[in-house]
Design a binder for this molecule. Sequence first.
Ligand code: ZN
Ligand code: MN
Length: 489
Amino acid sequence: MKEGWEVIIGMEIHAQLATETKIFCGCATSFGHDPNTNTCPVCLGLPGALPVLNEKVVELGAKAALALGLEVQETSIFSRKNYFYPDLPKGYQISQYDKPFSANGILTIMTAERDEHGRAKEFKPMQIRIERMHLEEDAGKNVHEGLPDVDKFSYIDLNRAGTPLGEIVTKADFRSSWQAYDYVNHVRRALQWVGASDADMEKGNLRCEANVSVRKIGETGFRNKVELKNLNSVRFMQKAIEYEIERQIEAHESGEGVNQETRLWDEKNNKTRVMRSKEDAHDYRYFPEPDLQPLVVSSEFIAKIKSEMPELPDAMRDRFMQEYGLSFADASQLVLEKDLAAFYETTAKASGNPRVSANFILSELIRELNNAGKTATESPLSAENLAELIKTLDAGKINNNQAKEVLVEMFNSGKTADAVIKEKGFEQISDTSAIEKIVDEIIANNENQVTAYRGGNEKLFGFFVGQVMKASQGKANPKVVNEILKSKL
Ligand code: ZN
Ligand code: MN
């Protein structure tokens, strides 16, 4: 960023809550059905149809709120947000305004600036204030068919109308695009982790918007901000913010100034462009929804939800460091996905060697999973079988390089460690009597070397080890060979 300037960013995320049915009716929320098949008088906005709140939305909303460090409010109010748009059949959206479902969140994220290759420097904790997460219904979709720029037909598909959303709004706490990037990834993982949302940006069930403005360092007020929309991935969002920082600084410096507006990220041309000038809150004429009661959430309900919540990723990371002696970097990588973390913990416990388990998973297994395009749950090599392999390694039956080779074969074939080791002929001879026999022969056949060694030429020890290994075709356990040779010589 240009010297003397800073950026102020606030984030809004719309996350679709993973219910089977819509927020105010019984229609399915499933994706990819024929247009307007998942609809009823309520979500079509027909006169006289009345909304009824789906309890599952409250449950998943509470999980999401708790996972993000928000306080669920005892009473919240649904309000009508009035605006006209073809995909909004009622002419208003049922949302929440002055009394949101949850508020006052403090979320600690790990964040790092990146170098020009996108490589992270040191990750540090940062506290983000989350103002609120309110509940609301989604709108439908406008579908345009025909050639680009020559749309012949436009349709409305209301399958998505009435799908439940949590809208998560932060304070303007971010001072770089990478902080915003790390925040969205944190939120996405937290929502998936507790099962509140699929949080898949490609499918549009997690949509984020960034409010971006710049100011001279030392200024206290805010300059005009721009809302960035249409950010289809976290990386595009980060790029859009970077572009916008440069554009705004230039516009201020040239005296042209920045308009308060909504801009889209144009990924083909790598720039933002104007979508519309931004409405103010009063344009929406919010008022309480007369067809719904205030939503009251009891402390018993919250206690029950808390008891059902899994251990959150940051807590798990800290526990992995404490319980298993892992580094911050390794533990952080293992908790990037819930499935991977569970795979690790099963392996660590079953093998009795948590550090080697982490090494094998983070280097060997993840590489194989990535090559095969699979997740930890889909791994053909089970955590139990990997633990067996690690035990075999720890027992000295195979060496480290052999273990890596066996792992790849286990991954490809789904076979057990024992089976692959036999097939490859890797089994080491640890049987002392077998090794003793070889050692005796070597000693008997190399009288001169034995005399020299006993006379003080200790360097010859390596010669004997080499002979035994050769005679055993490399299968003798080196530790056992050493011990026996020492005692016999
Ligand atoms: Zn419906
Ligand atoms: Mn919204």
